[in-house]
Design a protein around this ligand. Sequence first.
Ligand code: FES
Ligand SMILES: [Fe+2]
Length: 399
Amino acid sequence: MDIDQLVKNRQKGYSLPQAFYNHPEVFKRDMERVFRKEWLLAGAGQQIPEHGDFMTFNVAGDSIIITRGKDREIRAFHNVCRHRGARICLKAKGNAKNLACPYHQWVYNLEGKLVSARIIEKEEGFNKDAYSLKRVHVKMLCDLIYICLTENPPDFEGTKSAIEPQLSWHQPEKTKVCYQHEFDVKANWKLVLENNRECYHCATVHKQFMKANYDLRLFEDEYKDRQKNYYEKWEKLGIPTQAITFPGESSYRCERLILKEGFATETLSGEPSAPLLGKLPEADTGSVRCITLPNAWYHANCDYIMLSYVMPVDSGHTKVRVIYLVHEDAVENQDYVIEDVTAVWNATSEQDQFVCEAVQAGVNSSFYEPGPFSKLVEGWVEDFVQWYLKRVGSASVPG
Ligand code: FES
Ligand SMILES: [Fe+2]
């Protein structure tokens, strides 16, 4: 398969040819040039709040262990034993004093150092220090964990400086996990991202989401008037209003959006479903939208933060983790009810799973051919596709 040729021949403004969505060779290249090169959201610090907590994050064949050490630092390691390569953590999360390999019981501490290796450690010439777990780069953004699998990661400062001034108002470090769910989506990761990059389908697919949210391109006048009033109010409160949308073909976007009248948050009633987060002076402060390509989108509302991040499994299969964070002091069934916090995003995630799987099924047909993106409501899908092609093709994207 000549992927470079496919990239060159791709018709601008149209969905991608079939091979991009279902061919194992393209998937392999996606992993090499995108998922093993870029910064990936791997969860929130509050998913592993205590010393000894760990969780795993998987990208195709690679598994990464993320730990909270004694010093409370978060670290990430390849989940591959340095003896003969067994996967060490087989559970998605847990708490442990040490990480012990299930095969011959080599034991690593939470800092990744090999602390014991039965029998072989007494053998001449064996040096435990030479067999620490392989480290994975970690950067924290507020309390969110980003990892990068390449030796020389790209810059992360742009992402951090775009998102932190907004997200810090919601103080993710002072939250707790209220609920988490993993969706097993039978669709290529790019279909999941493309679906996220447009709201053309929102009116037809997302009844719950559309209660609180504007379809930005279609309600422009009403939106602009309300936005102006909110921006003035927020600026007085010191809350930034600047939208940052993939500057210079970068991988990040962050914007505080206004919600529809009567909605202080993304709940079915519009009322906050949990205590006010962070430093927010009041509930009616809109909803922060963040995207970091290639694998994450999150919404910070006044009462909860919803994180979604994608872990590709193979060319037709993607796991999507959705995490809900509420104030750390909030008590379940007293200060919040899980069903109320999750109502909008649980429905939205299920609906998105349904449409992504429908697209994958259709795209797999021998009669599929790329179709046109709307310039009005699918411009961001084209931007995502361009972002992707730039990384995946060795030639530059044709203008
Ligand atoms: S493979 Fe892990 S101890 Fe042997
Ligand atoms: Fe959607």
